[in-house]
Ligand binder design. Sequence first.
Ligand code: PLP
Length: 402
Amino acid sequence: MNSRQQYADYCLDIYGQVEFVPVRGNGSRLYGEDGREVIDLAAGIAVNALGHANPDLIQALNYQAEQLWHVSNIMVNQPALALAKTLTDLSCCDRAFICNSGTEAIEAGLKLARRYALKHFGAEKHKIVSFQNSFHGRTLFAVSVGGQAKYSQDFAPLPPGIVHGIFNDCASAEQLIDQNTAVVIVEPIQAEGGVRPASAEFLQKLRQLCDQHQAILMFDEVQTGIGRTGKLFAYQNYAVEPDIISLAKALGGGFPIGAMLVKQRYQDGLELGSHGTTFGGNPLACAVANKVLEIINTQQLLEQVIERSNQIKAYLTELNYRYGLYQDIRGCGLLIGAQLANLYTGQAKTIMQLGFDYGVASLIATPEVNRFTPALNISTNELELGLSRFTQAVEHFMANQA
Ligand code: PLP
């Protein structure tokens, strides 16, 4: 019996895992307990931004492991301070709250925004405007704010004061954002919701409406941040600055960490005693994140992201000439989605699973979209090999359709 077969005997069976059980990784390759090698075009879920077992990250982690693992947040620790300084220097924000995951960064930002509105404008101003199809994490607050009922409906009653507009629809935003709005939260690219980029016009409209109604604009950059789109932050692709940014995933390169960044003028939304975390900002995670940022925030690596992005898009477009499998290939940098043609609706997971049989790991984003989020430093050769294996999976899939 392999580990996959034993899983449900001991763990809550909530992930629908594939058969492949990785035991080791190196760069963009995973090695399974059955000895198989798989090219990783998923990088966790857009997490291992510098590949597996990156020597620089190992060195940073090992160094820190010999210094200090944990102190409570009643003491300052140097790696956390350095990380907060770097993140605020590099972004449009001025203060950081470091936590352990994307959901925690979301929770912190929303709590800050509500408390800021309460303090400065009164209890009426508590509305959270989010968008249909969005994903912001899995706590009760996060699934309530997220715009996909399938994640929240079975957990009612849900926290009130949350509405969902239509993504990329300026008129819908105009209708919902008013004087009682505390915060508007949006993903610059709806990642889990099918790799759907926001239009510049839409984000600019949100900025204008937030300014008009004294509401906070929060960008969820948990999946798009830290180089994934070819810029350090996805907002830099648009002429729009958010007031709050949530980060996680790539920030730790595989080590759990999250961060909520905020502009100075809103910092009193969270004050002494109003929020906190035991593990957030722990020295190990921050030491790794500092190294991740040092490596990713270089012109060379960010330009490489765009080159690899073009390579994937060109490959998928070519594949599509042959098979007509997809109706749209979209995304930015190394967050790419290929949406199935109507004829193949709902079958993205089947193709993804077949990929593992041919030695390539990828993702889906909704049952209609195959998603590719490889490490930002993947080599052209590894990418080519992974995509050729994906093509074999597609060929197998198409043969079964006949
Ligand atoms: N926000 C976005 C945009 C995400 O993609 C995710 C995770 O996929 C989250 C929030 C939640 O992050 P985490 O799973 O680290 O809590």
